[in-house]
Design a protein around this ligand. Structure first.
Ligand code: UDX
Length: 437
């Protein structure tokens, strides 16, 4: 099929490359010239495992091109809208301006029989509004809402082999046609028996925010237990193992630590609260406020723990922060817990050096005031305390005796509960973690 993808960020660039990999002829469009130039040369504009290889593979076939010219979407039968919906400055609600401008730019190039497919995470009710507009301005064009559940770090795999497909479609014949078109797009994953849920617009929109709210709730639940473990001397990692054996609960997403960040979970739960408020249903998701608060408290607790271990003051103390990305295998620093902690420590007078295997350039753009260094050695030299805040594999594999030779004080805080306390203590370190004795 001929497919266009509007918006080539973490979601769109991966989607475009994967659609080409599934055998379609794809054009990716974005207003960011630098991003398009990189993609057109087969380079990924952000760190995502497997994406450079995939771009190399599909660029050679001529099945994938990138442009800043929206007119080039003409001739595509299916148009995916993959633009961002960030949190509005100073508010909880989502900023829909990129979705609106994508639709504005797209409409003049649509032809009868085309299908517009929304993938962006939007407040419930957005699809119905866009469908109404298409009905007025491009009456032969249909709309489907097809939320995306990819995880950064696994984006290529999650797109080529999704765990489910959700189609929100209109009723009647238009809906049947949209389902048939989407089935053709996803013929590859469907042949692997991927479950497919066909539903209406509001359900499809809600599926996405409900899924992310549930994941956020799971993480904050275990972090709330961590708070109690800290008061009682219990160990939250053992607690998670034990409750996780109940397969109704499951062990996944029960890793206590510094909590969730990134471009999705935090802003999605906030946008959900804002939308529920507009609908007069704020009580239904009032618990998300607590989920958000538990999450934010972990960051404060980490700063307090550093102060405690440094005998009551961090002022002027050399602190090494390992990790700036919101999670490993990503260079994304949006709402990163690690970076947030580093910024708080620096603001409170500590001499902080932050490093990350991939996210230093993005972190530097966001926080030019922070001292960001390229290597672990530069970060830990003369450090009185080391904070492991993003669990990259190379930090998980640190050898206590080797690190001991580089630092000034043998103190380590494990913000992700990934180190072995016994080994670190045996090597003479003061080891502390969130939710562990
Ligand atoms: C998330 C959803 O998983 C994905 O389905 C959706 O499409 C987008 O949002 P992503 O933001 O890539 O994906 O990250 P995810 O792997 O879900 O992690 C989110 C955050 O939660 C990270 O900061 C991570 O460190 C944290 N986390 C995750 C925990 O603190 N504990 C856990 O047990 C799991």
């Amino acid at each position: 099929m001929k497919i266009s993808v509007i918006g080539c960020g973490y979601l769109g660039a991966v989607h475009a490359a994967c659609m080409a990999r599934l055998g379609h002829e794809v054009v990716g469009v974005d207003v960011d010239e630098a991003k398009i130039a990189a993609l057109a040369e087969g380079r990924a504009p952000f760190f995502e495992p497997g994406l450079p290889e995939l771009l190399g593979e599909v660029s050679g076939t001529g099945a994938l091109r990138f442009t800043t010219d929206m007119a080039e979407v003409a001739g595509s039968q299916v148009h995916f809208v993959c633009v961002g919906t960030p949190q509005r400055r100073g508010e909880y609600a989502a900023d829909l301006r990129y979705v609106e401008s994508a639709v504005d730019a797209l409409i003049p190039h649509l032809r009868d029989g085309d299908l517009v497919v929304g993938k962006s995470t939007v407040p419930v009710g957005t699809a119905a509004g866009i469908a109404e507009r298409l009905g007025r301005e491009a009456p032969g064009v249909s709309l489907a809402w097809n939320p995306e559940f990819l995880r950064e770090g696994f984006a290529v795999k999650d797109t080529l082999h999704p765990d489910r497909l959700v189609y929100g479609v209109p009723g009647g014949e238009a809906g049947e046609l949209a389902v048939a078109q989407l089935d053709e797009v996803y013929a590859g994953p469907l042949s692997e028996h991927t479950p497919r849920v066909v539903t209406d617009y509001p359900t499809a929109e809600l599926v996405k925010v409900a899924a992310n709210s549930f994941l956020a709730t799971k993480i904050s639940f275990i972090n709330a237990m961590a708070e109690l473990c800290e008061e009682t001397g219990a160990d939250v990692t053992r607690l998670a193992d034990a409750i996780g054996y109940d397969d109704r609960i499951g062990r996944k997403f029960l890793n206590a630590g510094l909590g969730f960040g990134g471009g999705c979970l935090p802003k999605d739960i906030r946008a959900f609260m804002a939308r529920a408020g507009e609908l007069g249903a704020d009580q239904a998701v009032a618990f998300l406020k607590e989920i958000d608060a538990i999450n934010t408290r972990r960051r404060v607790r980490m700063v307090d723990l550093a102060r405690e271990v440094l005998d009551g003051s961090i002022v002027g103390k050399r602190i090494a922060v390992l990790g700036a990305a919101f999670k490993p295998n990503s260079d994304d620093v949006r709402d990163s817990p690690a970076l947030d902690v580093a910024v708080q420590l620096a603001r409170q007078g500590a001499d902080v050096r932050v490093t990350d295997p991939e996210a230093v350039p993005n972190a530097r753009r966001l926080h030019p005031e922070l001292r960001l260094v390229e290597s672990l050695d530069e970060a830990v030299v003369d450090a009185e305390i080391v904070l492991l805040l993003t669990e990259w594999q190379e930090y998980r594999e640190l050898v206590p005796a080797e690190l001991a030779e580089k630092v000034a004080g043998l103190r380590i805080l494990d913000g992700r509960n990934v180190l072995d306390p016994v080994a670190w203590r045996a090597a003479g370190w003061t080891y502390r973690a969130l939710g562990r004795p």
